[in-house]
Design a protein around this ligand. Structure first.
Ligand code: KIV
Length: 273
């Protein structure tokens, strides 16, 4: 086995993500919420698996990510961790679990790490939650930041449109990103911001940036698994590329099964004991 193949099989760490940024190798990241899909995604060679609180939308059918609880994220995180051998696993801290009370945030973060066995956590926000983030990192827990469109703050914004188009918001985003880096975050997700701003930030930061709707100049890309596999028909923002039409594949397979049951074609003699 070549050294490159050996290296590819090694567990991905936060340190390796930094090395990837330094040598200009793009970082791939995708969400997963359950054991079976996490196994497939890990075996395919994904660098980072995000147990996102988008589980609230795609798994639980909620309109926003706000209803997600710590217990529900622990359930998803535990299921994913049982499957993953190579990828770095990041679990989202849900709405309300890290919001300006560092002691309480640390308790929640420790519970998440102990009960899921996850490698790292992701927390939305900048200056407003910087003390929470510092407290968690000081306890030895690696944190990925998340700036730009922050779905947990949807009630503050009122819309899911592109963020930081105005200079004032772009300046705050830049300040927040530097604060997160100084606090010790190992990477930052940049969601739905202009490409030029994402590119500028990526140049300024020594830690990797992972974009979603942030253009090609970030150090990596992340998508929600249900969206890129075409399970969700109704969600088609400009930034989304669909790599499959699982909606069509699954619907047809289920229709075929119904038809076979109704016509008594299934099960056949060969499929019976
Ligand atoms: O919860 C999630 O899936 C996310 C991604 C959109 C980055 O935070």
């Amino acid at each position: 086995m070549s050294a490159a193949t050996e290296d590819n099989k090694r567990k991905v760490t936060t340190h390796r993500l930094r090395e990837m940024k330094e040598r200009g190798e793009k970082i791939s990241m995708l969400t997963a919420y359950d054991y079976s899909m996490a196994s497939l995604i890990d075996e395919a060679g994904m660098d980072v698996i995000l147990v996102g609180d988008s589980a609230s939308n795609v798994m639980a059918g909620n309109i926003t990510t706000l209803p997600m609880t710590l217990d529900q994220m622990i359930y998803h995180g535990t299921s994913v961790m049982k499957a993953v051998k190579r990828a770095l696993v990041v679990v989202d801290m849900p709405f309300g679990s890290c919001s300006g009370n560092p002691e309480k945030s640390l308790d929640a973060a420790i519970r998440m790490m102990k009960e899921t066995g996850a490698d790292t956590l992701k927390i939305e926000g900048g200056e407003e939650v910087i003390q929470d983030i510092k407290k968690i990192i000081n306890a030895g827990i690696p944190v990925m930041g998340h700036l730009g469109l922050m779905p947990q703050s949807i009630n503050k914004y009122g819309t899911y449109t592109v963020r930081a188009k105005e200079e004032k918001e772009a300046e705050k985003l830049l300040r927040d990103a530097l604060l997160l880096q100084e606090a010790g975050c190992y990477a930052i997700v940049l969601e739905k911001i202009p490409s030029s701003l994402a590119g500028e930030l990526t140049q300024q930061l020594s830690i990797p940036t992972i974009g979603i709707g942030a253009g090609p100049d970030t150090d990596g890309q992340v998508l929600v698994m249900h969206d890129m596999l075409g399970i969700n028909k109704g969600f088609s923002p400009k930034f989304l590329r669909r790599y499959a039409d699982l909606h069509g594949v699954i619907t047809q397979a289920v229709r075929n099964y119904i038809s076979d049951v109704k016509s008594n074609d299934f099960p056949s003699e060969k499929e019976s004991y």
